[in-house]
Ligand binder design. Structure first.
Ligand code: SAM
Length: 215
């Protein structure tokens, strides 16, 4: 597996179905992160509703929070993930939500989100559950920013420090090598701003931070 894989590739390869059930569970998200999966969909809906041009979802995983939203959207949409088993479930979810077949305007690409095809640009890039997997936030935001059209927008979410229980679980995940870094929301904000891409806003619900960056 490539060194540019973020997080634990073996886990996503072996446990895609378990991950999908866990990330969609209201109980899991409430107990460990003080969040609700509907909040992830609301953030994704804001990203998808923010424009009409090409949209890229990076580290899309199983598209648990986004499958039905992509079907409801009319945008040309690309989902990228480095894990084939995760992306396969994403494709199945989207096809199911669309009545059986993947819509033609939706493309799935199993590749590194930081190694884009030449000259491909998107109006919107969305990444859920992402920046806690990233060791160098400014470099990652910069690399994604280079895939944006002029005046495009990034919508990125990240686990950050929150309650004592969330912090303890973050420490466990870090010790296990499942995440790269434990940050406060303020630290995340500063590291995103350091990319120099453009104006940044950040909001936090429980242990999930939602970042919007305009180019
Ligand atoms: C924590 S999961 C998040 C999945 C999804 N966004 C969600 O919120 O349910 C992280 C995902 O990033 C993918 N991934 C890791 N490194 C990647 C890379 N360099 N390019 C694209 N995807 C990557 C993993 O395969 C995994 O599906």
């Amino acid at each position: 597996m490539s060194e540019s894989f973020l997080g634990n590739p073996g886990y996503y390869a072996r446990c895609a179905k378990t991950y999908d059930a866990m990330i969609g569970s209201r109980l899991y998200n409430k107990v460990f992160w003080g969040t609700d999966p509907r909040q992830y969909s609301i953030f994704a809906a804001q990203a998808i509703g923010s424009g009409q041009g090409p949209l890229l979802e990076v580290a899309a995983g199983t598209a648990q929070a986004t499958a039905t939203l992509h079907v409801a959207s009319a945008r040309e949409t690309t989902l990228v993930d480095m894990s084939a088993p995760m992306l396969e479930l994403a494709g199945e979810s989207i096809a199911r939500a669309a009545g059986g077949t993947l819509p033609e305007r939706i493309t799935l690409e199993c590749r590194d989100m930081l190694a884009p095809g030449a000259d491909r640009r998107y109006e919107t890039i969305l990444g859920l559950g992402l920046l806690h997997l990233v060791p160098d936030v400014a470099a990652t935001v910069g690399a994604l920013g280079r895939q944006l059209e002029e005046h495009g927008k990034l919508f990125l979410a990240s686990l950050v420090k929150g309650s004592a229980r969330s912090n303890a679980y973050l420490a466990l995940l870090k010790a296990h090598g499942d995440i790269a870094c434990i940050r406060t929301a303020n630290e995340l904000f500063d590291q995103v701003r350091a990319s120099g891409l453009g104006p940044v806003t950040l909001s936090r619900r429980g242990s999930m931070a939602y970042v919007e960056i305009s180019r």
